[in-house]
Write a protein that binds this ligand. Structure first.
Ligand SMILES: Cc1cc2nc3c(=O)[nH]c(=O)nc-3n(C[C@H](O)[C@H](O)[C@H](O)COP(=O)(O)O)c2cc1C
Length: 277
């Protein structure tokens, strides 16, 4: 069994805390070595296991106990194919043995207000945010439980880029929105443990301080490049930004983020009950 310090070194490689002496357990070890999986065997998880994983997801913490997460399992092969066809560059969306959608559900609280004769205005930023967080926590809980059962998963937020079409296929009413899909199945190919940003960048003590960001990112780029170099033909937007002689994580993410994604989502939400005030 690998040493925790070795697992941390592999996850971060940042010379940060080795956590030596901390009591660890199976879950901690799994989390430290977890990885997204996008290729699956044909073997189907049992229905009982999927029901159990759904129950785990819905056991996640929920803001104010409002319980504003809902799950939707997409079983209908035609609907699966229709969703998959919207995202041809991500074939795992259509191919994964199981596909869930995690929904932010601000509608239920609205309806409960009606049922109790106490109108609830839940299309606010607060309502949207609470429902989003509940759904994200539910999804992450399913992810960790599924991985602990030998399954591999891949969250899918790209579905929000086609929110209108996805909502139509799934029959989503006002105040219910997709936070992310989740592909799930038994892995057919080893993924890889993705090197995380150095903890000196992502952790703060008592006071926020990103004074060392530039140097730390340069260092991270080099270490990540040494482990998983991005091939030249996978450089993004070369027509606009040119071909970089050194193409690290930060160059890749800056180019990716410079092309804003998700422009269709805010208008979709505004047409479906959210005012964000
Ligand atoms: C909210 C969320 C949305 C994501 N959406 C997608 C997606 O649309 N397509 C995809 O292939 N991977 C998606 N991913 C997977 C990430 O790319 C992956 O988690 C990231 O590269 C880190 O890799 P790791 O999970 O193996 O550590 C998503 C992950 C999260 C948390």
């Amino acid at each position: 069994m690998p040493d925790i310090a070795d697992m941390l070194a592999y996850r971060f490689g940042d010379g940060g805390p080795s956590c030596e002496g901390a009591e660890d357990n199976d879950l901690i070890r799994r989390v430290l070595s977890r990885k997204t999986v996008r290729r699956y065997s044909d073997k189907l998880p049992s229905e009982e296991l999927l029901d159990l994983l759904t129950a785990c997801a819905l056991s996640a913490s929920a803001k104010s106990d409002f319980q504003q997460a809902s799950t939707l399992r997409l079983r209908d092969p035609q609907k699966r194919a229709a969703i998959g066809a919207l995202f041809p560059s991500m074939p795992w969306i259509g191919n994964a043995p199981v596909f869930f959608v995690f929904l932010g559900d601000a509608r239920r609280l609205h309806r409960i207000g009606e049922l109790r004769g106490k109108p609830v205005e839940n299309g606010t930023l607060e309502g949207f945010f609470n429902a989003s967080i509940d759904a994200a926590l539910a999804m992450q809980t399913m992810i960790l439980c599924a991985e602990s059962s030998g399954l591999g998963v891949c969250p899918i937020s790209v579905i929000r880029n086609e929110a209108d079409k996805v909502a139509e296929i799934l029959g989503l009413p006002d105040l219910v929105f997709p936070v992310a899909g989740l592909c799930l199945g038994y892995p057919s190919a080893e993924g890889f443990v993705s090197l995380r940003l150095p903890r000196e960048v992502t952790t703060h003590s008592d006071r926020y301080d990103d004074g060392k960001l530039a140097a730390a990112i340069d260092d991270y780029d080099q270490r990540r490049h040494a482990r998983h170099a991005i091939p030249k033909d996978q450089q993004r937007s070369t027509a606009e930004f040119g071909e970089a002689s050194f193409y690290g994580w930060s160059e890749d993410k800056a180019r990716q983020a410079a092309k804003a994604e998700g422009a269709a989502f805010p208008p979709y939400l505004r047409r479906h009950g959210f005012k964000f005030d």
